[in-house]
Write a protein of this length. Structure first.
Length: 520
């Protein structure tokens, strides 16, 4: 065995160790977000209760492939909390280097259990990215007990699978931009709207929005170059890998600085470590006071037949997923879609289409309630853009899933053409809304204390109820150099339409939706 030296090619003992620790830290933040939000989402009083979802799955005679979750067997609140805390403890165990292969084997079924029942609140692509990366992390050599006398590295098959994932993440996102968003990306206008329409922008993103149009066009072009051309560098010689690492890292850091996407960008940065080798790490260590990297003997990596089989399976599933991404609607009627129904359920390989079409218009819903029928109070979510003076926050790697998901909601009742906005106000039963939003508004009307956990400064106390609840949809724009009562104004807005929630609608022959204000 040879000690690691700065001129040793293709050795990744330090890289492998750093990846395991960094990815474990990502899981700490990910499960930390879950632990904070698990009661308000998954438990009996939550917005997407596990028991109700599993009951629906079982009524439809669905198989485990339709809901690959441990909750198919137990749906009790104690079990939900147990799994969330178990995931956190496992992540901490991986962080300190305690038998990491065994830990990642346990983390995978724990997290897929939440993703499979998480519906709209756990439908983000970074959830799939974390699961796929976790599966590949199982193939890495185990840390043993706290990395003692540890001298192992990713074998060639495992290294290829990590690079293949990184390649697909970028190239598929680039292809999606051209396939799904030609009116914004091909015209180089995408970044003109990106900062203003990011689900939860940061205050740096606010200032970036007001940079010159020429800068935004250059950003758009550079993003396309990085995502469409540079992925080929991933499988090139060392100088190409390092070039790709620098470009990819700059892109991810810029995204982190201007918008909040949970652990997505951090997971991508972690994957990019495999573009480097231990010679690069030796250079990094040389900049530190110690002046030299730790020296280890390098144990030869063994290529077992099982890994060849797993690699073939991952590549096959990834090609099926890419066919579903790039094949258009026609592919959904072929055998590929039937295969994907089963392979996709495993979550060991997925498709990615990050930042495809950039919507030039930002819509936000504002929830309001009244206790007396005359004075309406705006209910404030912690992180989403509501008030015009809300400072765009830094939140990531914490992921406030409800605040983030609400950005995707659009006015649910369209009376005629889009051009006729603002829409006339309407009354509707909460069931016209998305599942989690339907439950939130129903709780506000029936049991407001259960909904209080989702808001800042909830305006009513125990035993009180709201007389009415409504949702007003607005078109939001970032605004510069304005103040409201001495406070800096970040947003301006224009009304799209208001929906008054009425639980009596849809009963006794009534319509579910009534155009015009109707609260009888």
């Amino acid at each position: 065995m040879n000690a690691i030296a700065s001129n040793s090619p293709d050795q990744r003992v330090l890289i492998t160790r750093w990846f395991i620790r960094c990815f474990a830290l990502i899981h700490v933040f990910n499960f930390g977000s879950l632990v904070i939000q698990v009661r308000r989402f998954f438990c009996a009083d939550g917005l997407i209760p596990v028991a109700e979802y599993i009951s629906l799955v079982q009524k439809n005679d669905s198989s485990l492939f339709d809901c690959m979750s441990l909750f198919m067997f137990v749906q009790a609140d104690w079990f939900i909390l147990f799994l969330a805390w178990l995931g956190m403890l496992l992540a901490l165990a991986a962080l300190v280097g305690f038998h990491t292969r065994f830990v990642f084997i346990l983390i995978f079924p724990v997290y897929i259990s939440f993703v499979s029942v998480g519906q709209a609140l756990y439908s983000f692509q970074w959830d799939l990215l974390v699961l796929e990366t976790t599966f590949l992390a199982i193939l890495l050599p185990s840390s043993g007990c706290f990395f003692r006398s540890w001298n192992h590295q990713a074998d060639k098959i495992t290294l290829f699978l990590f690079l293949w994932l990184l390649f697909r993440l970028y190239i598929e996102s680039g292809v999606a931009k051209l396939f799904w968003g030609p009116e914004s990306w091909a015209t180089l206008n995408a970044m003109t709207h990106y900062y203003e329409t990011a689900p939860i922008p940061t205050w740096l993103g606010y200032y970036a929005h007001f940079l010159p149009e020429g800068w935004h066009r250059m950003e758009t072009l550079m993003t396309l170059i990085i995502e469409i051309l540079l992925p080929a560098f991933i499988f090139g010689p060392r100088w190409m890998k390092r070039t790709a690492f620098v470009a990819f890292t700059l892109l991810q850091v810029f995204i982190i600085a201007t918008a909040n996407y949970g652990i997505f960008n951090y997971t991508t940065l972690c994957l990019q470590l495999f573009l480097l080798d231990d010679r690069d790490m030796a250079w990094v260590y040389s900049l530190l006071p110690a002046k030299s990297a730790p020296s280890y003997g390098v144990a030869p990596a063994k290529l077992k037949p099982l890994k060849w089989l797993i690699a073939g399976l991952v590549v096959f599933i990834s090609l099926v997923e890419f066919s579903m991404l790039a094949g258009g609607r026609g592919v959904h009627k072929t055998w590929i879609a039937k295969v994907q129904h089963y392979t996709g359920a495993t979550r060991i390989s997925s498709r990615y289409h990050l930042f495809g079409p950039i919507d030039p218009t930002r819509y936000e819903l504002v929830v309001e309630a009244t206790k007396d029928g005359t004075k309406w109070i705006q209910l404030q979510f912690p992180f989403k853009a509501d008030k015009l003076v809300d400072v765009p926050p830094f939140v990531a790697p914490y992921h406030p899933r409800l605040d983030f998901r609400l950005w995707f909601e659009r006015y649910p009742i369209q009376w005629g053409e889009e051009a006729k906005r603002p829409f006339p106000d309407a009354s509707a039963h909460p069931k016209v809304l998305t599942g989690y939003l339907k439950r939130l508004t129903s709780q506000l009307l029936r049991e407001p204390q259960k909904a209080a956990v989702h808001f800042d400064d909830f305006p009513i106390g125990e035993g009180e109820k709201f007389k009415e609840v409504r949702i007003t949809y607005y078109h939001y724009n970032m605004v510069q150099d304005r103040e409201i009562q001495g406070a800096k104004q970040y947003w301006t807005r224009k009304k799209v339409g208001t929906v008054y929630l009425d639980l009596s609608l849809g009963k006794n022959g009534k319509q579910t939706i009534v155009q015009g204000r109707s609260t009888e």
